[in-house]
Design a protein around this ligand. Structure first.
Ligand code: FE2
Length: 280
């Protein structure tokens, strides 16, 4: 009604009429694009009603026995079966690579991924499985960067990185720069878990300005890591700073905490985030 009144008022002005026409055309094109995009990029419309609308889980520890994640193939399959039932169509699993505890080599991660993929085929579970890694930004990381065999994911060459939870790395900004200089896009795993970012949203904002993307942990919203990370997770949602959403699941015992989110108010908020999971 408001539109038709203003249209009527300016009906005699050819310039306004032209502007209105252009605006209508742009609006129609926008609608057409969304229609086309939904059909071209939706992997499987039959699963669109399932809760995991983000379709790809890009952070987990599901290669048996190589880090603190699952220890057996059966545990991995229990996790994957449930993710699939919730609508996850693709899993990019990301074992730890760090100097102190899990100095995993890319070849071993790829081999573990291949064995798990075979298991999925044997069980006829319709889930794509890829491997990447969660890199600790420790003293060993520059050698990985120099070696040019980094396990990144997606067409954006996304590189999942983490730091220690308590102490801030003094070289963090420099390392993020180096990662980007090599053509990768840094994705900081679970920024809500780092104590040194508590009550410091400006520091998080600064990382984003430096080109670092953020991955929120699914279980942070369920309180799995305590009230601090949950509060920070809410902050990330409030600022629309969630570029990727990941389960970071380590074992079947994590499944009830994942389920909790699906029934919580945060689930709706998640739908307004600029998530890139669906593009992977
Ligand atoms: Fe992780």
């Amino acid at each position: 009604m408001r539109f038709s009144v203003s249209k009527h008022r300016f009906a005699g002005n050819p310039y306004i009429a032209l502007l209105l026409q252009i605006r209508l055309t742009a609006s129609s094109m926008n609608q057409a694009w969304h229609w086309l995009r939904d059909r071209l990029f939706s992997r499987n419309s039959t699963t669109s009603q399932l809760p995991c609308f983000w379709q790809t889980d890009m952070h987990s520890h599901l290669i048996p026995g190589i880090d603190d994640g699952v220890q057996t193939t059966e545990q991995a399959m229990t996790c994957i079966r449930q993710l699939a039932a919730w609508g996850v169509q693709k899993i990019i699993t990301t074992p730890h690579i760090n100097q102190s505890f899990y100095p995993n080599k890319p070849a071993a991660i790829r081999a573990g991924g291949e064995a798990l993929r075979q298991q999925l085929i044997d069980e006829q579970l319709p889930v794509d499985l890829e491997v990447a890694a969660e890199y600790m930004l420790d003293e060993g990381f520059p050698a990985h960067l120099d070696g040019d065999d980094l396990l990144s994911f997606g067409s954006g060459r996304f590189l999942l990185v983490e730091t220690g939870l308590v102490a801030r790395s003094l070289q963090l900004e420099e390392i993020l720069f180096q990662i980007q200089a090599r053509g990768y896009t840094p994705v900081l795993a679970h920024p809500e878990r780092y104590h040194y970012f508590y009550n410091d949203p400006n520091a998080l904002q600064r990382l984003r300005e430096l080109g670092c993307l953020f991955q929120l942990n699914w279980m942070s919203l369920s309180g799995r890591y305590g009230p601090g990370p949950k509060k920070q997770a809410k902050l990330l949602l409030k600022h629309n700073w969630v570029d990727f959403f990941g389960s970071d699941m380590h074992r079947p015992e994590d499944l009830p905490k994942l389920q909790e989110l699906l029934d919580s108010p945060f689930y709706e908020q998640l739908q307004t985030q600029p998530l890139r999971n669906q593009t992977l």
